[in-house]
Design a protein around this ligand. Structure first.
Ligand code: PLP
Length: 420
């Protein structure tokens, strides 16, 4: 039996209707922006393998970081013990985060980073003895697939079967009309029972790379401050220069209370989640001797895995290099030019770009079940390009090592599709 046949026999894949799914392509190896299948076909990975890969596949510097760490310790319980990679990573992250951020809490992925943030915010008010129990989010948001993360995500086909099990969250409209969203938020916050507001800063990724302005982000954060609502910035997707700056938050100067990080955190090599918070939040969990009840009782078996932390530190070291800074600017410029070239085509409804993110929304049926989606996916796969459209939205979030030639090849294929 071939690997592909065995895969069909043994494996249930995510987000996949298994009945009529195409056979999964068996990937044998990767190098830079390329993936190679078992037959030797090459694919340009312009989605960075679900938005995680920053420096390309099988990067020698990242491989070395993992190998070196494995020679020392591969994993150790993170209660009662600590290690250099976790400490180094925390120290490094805190230099990039706003100065109000004070403590780093580790978990496994984006969804758990969000669960931790929500639990931190809710327990903060509990520990304070204040009745603030409501959560507020933005319409169309995506914060992950676990229950808390799902509850704070926009209601969709993803959440429908679980509707009655999700906790109550108030949603403000996606800010296509900024003053209306601000008014809605202010009305909700003014009730004085809101524990936290969670949002994706500047870009709602899964919603189809929908974007809003730094000025609005700033105003939303000011509102949180005014009404004493904990602000949770879910930078799981936008972190690590995806938007052109280190964090999307960097486009303005109000400081969120909690950050959620994952995806690009390890350069796309190992799963790892991080939630950071202010000293004020951290301090609300401190209590003396017998009164342990204020403790944050949350953890995961693989919390702060040393291999993951070590490769995350190495990835941050690469990000500091001038050539990578230049690459990010180069990709941003090229996206902008291409966006200008296609936005007036008849088949294009709208284009959006910010930093290394480019989205082209096509005229036609929107949503995850859009028929256009499969046609688009196959069109690009047959040209050796991995693009995974979100309904009628084609988007690119390439690894920063992608060459101009490869980007041009991808743009050309998109142009060809749009002109049909
Ligand atoms: C992907 C994503 C998550 C969930 O992360 P996982 O690692 O897939 O659990 C949460 N928030 C945002 C903004 C994301 O893009």
């Amino acid at each position: 039996m071939t690997t592909s046949q065995k895969d069909k026999d043994f494996i249930w894949h995510p987000y996949t209707q298994m009945r009529d799914a195409f056979p999964n392509i068996v990937i044998e190896r990767g190098e830079g922006a390329y993936l190679f299948d078992e037959k030797g076909n090459r694919y340009i990975d312009v989605v960075s393998s679900w938005w995680v890969n920053l420096h390309g596949h099988a990067h020698p510097y990242l491989r070395e970081a993992i190998n070196k760490q494995f020679e020392k310790i591969e994993h150790v319980i993170f209660a009662g013990f600590t290690h250099v990679p976790a400490v180094n990573l925390s120290e490094k992250l805190l230099t990039h985060l706003p100065e109000n951020q004070s403590k780093v809490f580790y978990s496994d992925d984006g969804s758990t980073a969000v669960e931790v943030a929500l639990k931190m915010a809710l327990q903060y008010w509990h520990n304070k003895g204040e009745a603030k129990t409501k959560l507020v989010a933005l319409e169309g948001a995506y914060h992950g697939d676990t229950f808390g993360a799902m509850s704070t995500s926009g209601r969709s086909a993803f959440t429908l079967p679980f509707q009655s099990f999700l906790f109550d969250v108030e949603f403000a409209d996606f800010p296509s009309n900024e003053s209306r969203t601000l008014e809605q938020l202010e009305n909700l916050f003014a009730k004085n029972d809101v524990a936290a507001f969670i949002f994706e800063p500047l870009v709602q990724g899964t919603a189809g790379m929908k974007m809003y302005s730094p000025e609005l982000l700033k105003q939303m954060l000011s509102l949180c401050k005014k009404y004493n609502v904990i602000s949770i910035s879910d930078e799981v997707f936008t972190g690590f220069y995806r938007t052109g700056k280190f964090f999307a938050y960097d486009y303005q100067n109000e400081q969120p209370d909690i950050f959620c990080l994952s995806k690009g955190l390890t350069g796309g090599v190992m799963p790892l989640g991080v939630t950071t918070c202010t000293e004020k939040i951290y301090a609300a969990f401190l209590s003396d001797g017998s009164e342990k009840i204020k403790t944050f009782f949350h953890g995961h078996s693989y919390t702060a895995n040393p291999l993951a932390c070590a490769v995350a530190v190495a990835s941050l070291e690469l990000l500091e290099k001038e050539e990578i800074q230049d690459a990010i600017k180069r990709i941003s410029e090229k996206h902008k030019l291409f966006s200008g070239k296609v936005k007036h085509l008849k088949t294009v409804k709208e284009t959006r770009h910010l930093g290394t993110i480019l989205a082209i929304e096509l005229v036609g049926e929107a949503g995850y079940f859009s028929k256009m989606r499969n046609e688009l996916y196959q069109f690009f796969i047959s040209r050796g390009i991995l693009i995974r459209p979100l309904g009628n939205v084609i988007y690119l979030v390439p690894p920063y090592c992608i060459s101009d030639e490869d980007l041009d090849y991808v743009y050309h294929a998109i142009f060809e599709f749009l002109e049909r």
